[in-house]
Design a protein around this ligand. Structure first.
Ligand SMILES: C[S@@+](CC[C@H](N)C(=O)[O-])C[C@H]1O[C@@H](n2cnc3c(N)ncnc32)[C@H](O)[C@@H]1O
Length: 236
């Protein structure tokens, strides 16, 4: 669970960059494919960056996240988008969406692949026939132990951040808040790297057709790292 401290500095860290880039690539892909969703659900929407991009494209957007702090920040940007605080493992909204998204390695926050598969089954049910589920996943090549970095926060507080690899399929993001040399707060966010073949099979078992599973959205430039997955619920 993301603490309030982490939620408040999430965009300050510059992590809004990823959904912004992804959002532009997603819009470009939809334009190329002439996909015109009328409704979208962004799972684990965080501060709502992708929701706002999709809404700006004329889509009726909903977002959800486990963290009340993230949703509070998302809601502060305006009231046109409806948000919910929920766990995507059990989340089953009423109605269906033409597009469901889940980005920013949110699915890597789910340790058990069986729970990821449960999310896929749920998403399949609330994706409209002919609709798409687009998400990203950490690629094990992309995550290595980083040098810690620091940034000034408010009132002389410093934020310290480091990413480490405590195991072959594990990633840990540690965030600390210091006042002078005094540690005020520490939080560790743990992520799991899921094996791409297993994810692909779980998607197929859930009913989806895998359109693309690559280091880029179809037609976009390769990133060399993150997996971008496009899955389709076929028309019946
Ligand atoms: C790295 S952030 C990405 C946020 C946003 N998608 C973005 O790209 O900026 C991961 C998000 O996943 C959310 N999250 C983690 N586990 C979740 C769960 N079980 N259900 C819903 N959201 C979850 C966290 O609260 C956090 O906001």
């Amino acid at each position: 669970m993301y603490s309030d401290v982490f939620c408040k500095v999430y965009d300050e860290f510059g992590w809004n960059y990823y959904p912004e880039v992804f959002g532009q690539e997603l819009l470009a892909w939809m334009d190329r494919q002439q996909i015109r969703p009328r409704s979208a659900m962004d799972l684990a929407c965080g501060t709502g960056v992708l929701c706002r991009i999709l809404q700006g494209y004329g889509i009726r957007v909903s977002g959800m996240d486990l963290s009340g702090g993230m949703i509070q920040i998302a809601r502060a940007h305006g009231t046109e988008i409806s948000y919910a605080v929920a766990d995507m493992i059990t989340f089953r909204p009423e109605g269906q969406y033409d597009l469901v998204t889940c980005t920013g390695d949110a699915l890597n926050h789910i340790p058990a692949l069986s729970d990821v598969e449960q999310i896929f089954r749920n998403v399949y049910d609330y994706t409209a026939p002919g609709g798409y589920f687009v998400f990203d996943l950490l690629n094990e090549r992309e995550v290595s132990t980083s040098e810690p970095f620091e940034m000034e926060h408010t009132d002389g507080q410093r934020i310290w951040f480091q990413m480490t690899r405590p195991g072959a399929d594990r990633v840990a993001l540690t965030i600390r808040v210091y006042e002078g040399e005094r540690l005020l707060f520490e939080e560790v966010i743990r992520e799991t790297i899921h094996e791409p073949t297993a994810v692909r099979e779980a998607l197929q078992r859930s009913g989806f057709r895998v359109v693309s599973f690559d280091d880029h959205l179809p037609g976009a430039e390769g990133h060399g790292t993150t997996w971008f997955v496009v899955a389709k619920k076929e028309d019946v």
